[in-house]
Write a protein that binds this ligand. Structure first.
Ligand code: FAD
Length: 404
């Protein structure tokens, strides 16, 4: 039997980051994942990328993973506008005292770099291709049975196993959800005009199209959110027809756009677990919440969950108190639920706000965006949120944090 302090289910960005943060403590930890181990050294495919903010960058840098990422591409500008309207807002890194407003990173390469940093941590074991058969969440400990392997006993079980969390489902932890009625079409594209390190997002009648600049000046990643029927039509188009539709949708902002990788579709759902705790089991990141990708905040939110959890556990361990105390876990839940709720509400407001083609509402949107673009303080607070510098940040994610 593997007898652990903490078992983390899921070796995605959240699970691996948590393992690295906790590896600094005198704890016995294991990460269990049903998939393959990340292939260290494999070239980034750039098929799935995420925009990470400054708060995430700071933490990943402290952990040594950031420095290893070859795919990271900072963007200095951001432009958001509405198609067929004068509504437009622009942001610039100049004056924010940051080198970039955000960074695009390859999801899989991020996992590789985190995994690589774990290699010399003697107190962390990573088990891949591992299937959990059952979970027995007792009041003091949790017992996992794995198929083909011995049982695992842990004081605390952290579920970082993604949007369709097996742990959450097995333990019947309640979840609220709604369909965004959007599918996100994702691929890499080539543009005839250089992107100029500017992240662009255009709100079209049916949903937003994000054009995210990669390291190559003519290469971008797109997230095109459209209703399911439209997604089906776009997926059925020939490559030439798709390129034409995409170029039109972008309003020719970057000249002619053409697909440079396979196109994948991701149904979008808001999920919010109403309970993040059951005995000594805690949900984090996508296992606890998923939001619309229109503001590129899902992974950032999940990373802050695990930084917060690691901070509370660390305080507890240093004070020689039990790491799975109910009081501590409740504190974590209250803290991070408040942050997740703020983003869920903001994403809904964005989606609904831009979801109507009513001419009067369009006019209000246009005037509102122009006003915000000109109004210093409001624009500043939007910028602080996008940079990840607002909200109740864990200590290590704060701009002023300096490691001991
Ligand atoms: C189209 C799209 C674009 C996005 N863009 C951005 C963006 O620009 N910026 C941003 O911040 N966020 C973005 N996000 C959100 C981001 O991708 C997720 O929030 C993030 O990847 C979630 O990480 P995670 O570690 O919680 O889960 P995952 O990455 O899903 O990892 C879960 C892990 O758990 C494992 N697992 C699953 N089930 C089991 C099981 N039964 N047993 C063991 N292991 C299991 C899986 O194999 C996987 O390794 C986007 C999302 C979408 C859909």
């Amino acid at each position: 039997m593997l007898d652990l302090d903490i078992a983390i289910v899921g070796a995605g960005s959240a699970g691996l980051t948590l393992a690295l943060l906790l590896s600094e403590l005198p704890l016995k930890i294991a990460v269990l994942d049903k998939g393959d181990a990340p292939q260290i050294g494999a070239a980034p495919s750039l098929q799935r990328v995420s925009a990470l903010n400054q708060a995430s960058r700071r933490v990943l840098q402290q952990l040594g993973a950031w420095q290893q990422l070859s795919s990271k591409a900072g963007f200095q500008k951001m432009e958001v506008w509405e198609a067929d309207s004068f509504a437009r807002i622009a942001f610039d890194a100049a004056g924010q005292q940051v080198d970039a407003l955000g960074y695009l990173v390859d999801n899989e390469e991020l996992r590789q770099c985190l995994f690589q940093q774990l290699a010399d941590k003697a107190n962390v074991r990573c088990l891949f291709n591992c299937q959990i058969d059952s979970i027995n969440a007792g009041e003091e400990q949790t017992l996992l049975s794995l198929s083909g392997q011995g049982p695992v006993l842990c004081k605390l079980l952290v579920a970082a196993d993604g949007a369709n969390s097996f742990v959450r489902q097995q333990l019947k932890m309640p979840i609220a959800f709604w369909d965004y009625d959007h599918q996100a079409l994702v691929c890499q594209i080539h543009s005839t005009e250089p992107h100029g390190q500017c992240a662009r997002q255009v709100f079209l009648k049916d949903g937003p199209l994000a054009l995210l600049p990669l390291a190559d000046s003519h290469l971008l990643s797109i997230v095109w959110s459209v209703p399911p029927e439209q997604a089906e039509q776009l997926l059925a188009l020939s490559e030439a027809e798709f390129n034409k539709a995409l170029t039109v949708a972008s309003g020719n902002a970057l000249g002619v756009l053409s697909r440079a990788s396979v196109l994948s579709a991701h149904p979008l759902k808001m999920r919010y677990a109403s309970e993040w705790l059951l005995n000594k089991v805690v949900l984090v990141a996508d296992a606890a919440h998923t939001i619309h990708p229109l503001a590129g905040q899902g992974m950032n939110l999940g990373l802050m969950d695990v930084v917060a959890l690691a901070e509370l556990i660390s305080e507890q361990v240093l004070a020689r108190k039990p790491l799975q105390e109910e009081r501590l876990l409740r504190r974590f839940e209250r803290w991070r639920k408040a942050e997740a709720q703020t983003l869920i509400v903001a994403m809904e407001a964005f989606k609904r706000g831009f979801g109507s083609s009513n001419p009067a509402l369009k006019l209000v949107r246009g005037l509102g965006m122009r006003l915000v673009d000109k109004a210093g303080p409001l624009k500043k607070s939007i910028m602080a949120a996008a940079l990840g510098n607002s909200g109740d940040l864990p200590k290590r994610a704060r701009p002023e944090f300096t490691p001991d």
